[in-house]
Design a protein around this ligand. Structure first.
Ligand code: UD1
Length: 427
């Protein structure tokens, strides 16, 4: 187990950070490799704990995984154990992505239900209803989903009642090998879905409607191993830009797709930061500025992402005046609030809305991460809190930020990793 020692910045963060591949995009593509027999390749893969967990899930199924220098090879020729166990699915919900590909290709599988997560219940009912609409038989028994179909899935139409990234991923993957044509209505628009569509098309899948709410998939009998490139991580980019705003510095994130972070950049503009954008970079400059409070709601893409909610909240704590953040995607995603309050932040939560009375002075102390983005938010707050802070449970952060301490160091942030054997996750 590790913890971070985070120093209050002596001067505002300044410099360039190169953004890594998006873990959420890779996780879907890794699962999609199961749709074909042979060796698939994925590039721009970040070195992160979640990639290791998904590799472990695929290994249990019988795949061989190898990789070097941000490339991953997945050999599915040995895939014959059609099961994803609780131990792995509970540590990473995206393990549930193997459900769609396995039932579509092999006609049966058994995958653990993920259960809740740090910010409340996160159902998978839409994954299951969508697969049923394609013709899969779903049986829930002893905490596991057993999915079966006779021969190939027939295919079908499913209208997602709410926008769901994960359910779109699972149902889309399954539809590629169906006998007939499937129509996914109100599919998620997140860039990670487009990235998956590109990969599936490289495998020979027939998909129309990329980038729209309606995906039409003409099923094919078999797919070939694919070659996939991973889009840059829009949330990692947004987090470092928060680092610029909270310290009143200037940070440029490179190797990004600016359209993917448009709503995040709009939030910085509204706060009064100077935002510059190029072909594959964006810069937030808050040097010497008095920033303004804002009101914002999280929404599915292209709206402001729920994954940016915690880092933005930490940032708004530094901005005098009343800011409002409403999370309409995950109503309970406020575990970071209590820790920010312990540092001196004035935040009140009412239902799915947090009111931040910004401008209070933060004090460095011992704080604990509760999930990936909450932990990033605490590190950001610690950068401007008086003195030093200790952030424990940084294994959450390690799930989604590649090379975090070094990237922070490049822009002037002092984040030192310590091993801490006593920091266990027993409660
Ligand atoms: C993905 C991201 C996560 C991000 C989230 C929202 C991955 C691996 N994770 O999670 O980082 O915070 O999108 O952008 O890509 N819902 C249901 N039933 C379902 C599925 C979802 O009711 O079967 C609800 C959820 O509770 C939530 C909303 O739909 O309120 C959106 O969730 P969803 O887009 O599915 O999130 P994930 O795919 O789990």
């Amino acid at each position: 187990m590790y913890r971070f020692e985070v120093h209050q910045v002596k001067k505002p963060l300044e410099g360039e950070v190169q953004i890594s591949g998006a873990k959420n995009a890779v996780l879907a593509v890794m699962a999609a490799a199961l749709l074909a027999e042979g060796v698939s390749e994925i590039t721009n893969v970040p070195h992160l704990k979640d990639m290791k967990t998904m590799s472990d899930v695929l290994r249990i199924i019988g795949c061989r995984i190898s990789g070097e220098a941000h490339q991953l090879k997945i050999d599915t020729r040995g895939a014959d154990h059609l099961e994803a166990p609780y131990e792995l699915v509970k540590t990473m919900r995206a393990s549930f992505y193997v459900l769609g590909p396995l039932v579509a290709r092999f006609g049966r599988c058994r995958v653990s239900l993920p259960g809740g997560c740090a910010w409340g219940p996160r159902p998978v009912d839409l994954h299951l209803k969508g697969l049923e609409a394609l013709g899969a038989k779903i049986n829930l028994t002893r905490g596991y989903v057993e999915a079966t179909c006779e021969g190939r899935l027939p295919g079908g139409t499913f209208n997602f009642p709410i926008s769901s990234v994960g359910a779109t991923v699972n149902v889309l993957m399954a539809a590629t090998l169906a006998k007939g044509t499937s129509v996914l209505q109100n599919a998620a628009l997140e860039p990670e879905i487009d990235n998956l569509v590109d990969y599936l098309v490289s495998m020979g899948a027939k998909i129309q409607g990329r980038g729209t709410r309606t995906l039409t998939v003409q099923g094919v009998e078999s797919l070939r191993p694919g070659k996939g490139y991973t889009i840059p991580d829009r949330i990692e980019a947004g987090t470092y830009l928060c680092g610029a705003a909270i310290t009143r510095g200037c940070v440029k994130v490179t190797k990004i797709i600016p359209e993917h972070i448009a709503s995040t950049l709009d939030a910085f503009r509204e706060m009064g930061c100077k935002v510059d954008v190029g072909n594959d970079w964006a810069q937030v400059d808050a040097r010497g500025m008095e920033l303004k409070p804002i009101s914002i709601s999280t929404l599915p893409f292209p709206g402001f992402p729920t994954d940016m909610q915690a880092p933005l909240m930490a940032t708004l704590v530094s901005v005098p005046g009343n800011s409002l953040i409403q999370d309409t995607v995950y109503n309970d995603r406020f575990k970071h609030v209590a820790e920010l309050q312990r540092m001196g932040a004035n935040i009140q939560v009412n239902g799915n809305t947090a009111t931040i009375k910004g401008g209070t002075k933060l004090e460095g102390t011992e704080i604990m991460g509760s999930d990936l983005r909450a932990t990033a938010a605490l590190v950001l707050a610690a950068l401007v809190a008086e003195g030093e802070s200790t952030v424990s449970r940084v294994y959450h952060l390690d799930r989604g930020y590649e090379d975090f301490e070094n990237k922070m160091a490049k822009i002037g942030g002092v984040v030192i990793r310590h091993s801490d054997d006593e920091d266990d996750d027993a409660f």
